[in-house]
Design a protein around this ligand. Structure first.
Ligand SMILES: [Zn+2]
Length: 219
């Protein structure tokens, strides 16, 4: 009896629906989130810049990303990163012995300070807990503040992101022996990823592709 009472007090509310739960996200919302998962997350794992994307940026997953970023629930990001990693490993798209360096797409430091964290970084943390890939959270830095990409044309997006990234100090004077895997929260037109990849490739670093939690595109 006492134990039950204590557990009621220990329960917090789910950030997505406010039901009481002892987990980060309640079981009901977890089920709804999992229904956003793509049947073919590897569909775009091909070509010059392969993309592996877990689910559709819509419904509950869109709500979860908003709660992560704007209501500041980094634990949601970690959980999504764990799910993304489980799915990634199931598809075995790269050699099992290959352990790429995970680099999250950075935020500008002013933006990161306001938010308190970089959402791609917390997703990458969850991802790397499962995959055991090494994580470099400042392999890339964002040196220029950019406008929100929403509503811009492709050309405007390219202009907006150009020269926005630089190689982080930790990668500047070393020869990287392993390839890189990039992490982004939402994959849209790929403009950001292309620019990040260009910076890495200019230094002779091989980029395997990008893993992302979601995309508004149809898979
Ligand atoms: Zn819930």
């Amino acid at each position: 009896m006492l134990k039950n009472i204590v557990s009621i007090f220990l329960q917090e509310s789910c950030p997505l629906c406010e039901r009481a739960t002892s987990e980060e996200i309640c079981n009901y919302c977890q089920k709804q989130l999992k229904s956003c998962q793509f049947k073919k997350p590897h569909k775009f794992w091909q070509g010059d810049l392969p993309v592996f994307v877990w689910g559709t940026y819509d419904g509950k997953l869109k709500q979860a990303i908003a709660a992560l970023k704007y209501d500041k629930h980094p634990k949601i990001g970690e959980l999504l990163g764990v799910w993304l990693a489980d799915t990634w490993l199931n598809y075995a798209l790269i050699h099992p012995k290959l352990s790429p360096l995970m680099i999250p797409i950075p935020l500008h430091k002013t933006k990161e300070k306001i938010r308190g964290f970089n959402q791609s970084e917390v997703i990458a943390r969850g991802f790397c807990q499962v995959t055991k890939y090494p994580l470099n959270t400042n392999g890339l830095i964002r040196v220029r503040q950019t406008k929100a990409m929403f509503g811009l044309t492709v050309k405007e997006k390219e202009e907006n992101i150009k020269e926005a990234f630089q190689l982080g100090k930790s990668l500047q004077h070393t020869t990287l022996s392993r390839p890189v895997l990039l992490m982004d929260d939402i994959y849209t037109t790929g403009t950001t990823i292309k620019e990040a990849t260009r910076i890495l490739q200019n230094q002779g670093i091989k980029v395997l592709g990008v893993v992302a939690v979601c995309t508004p595109r149809h898979l």
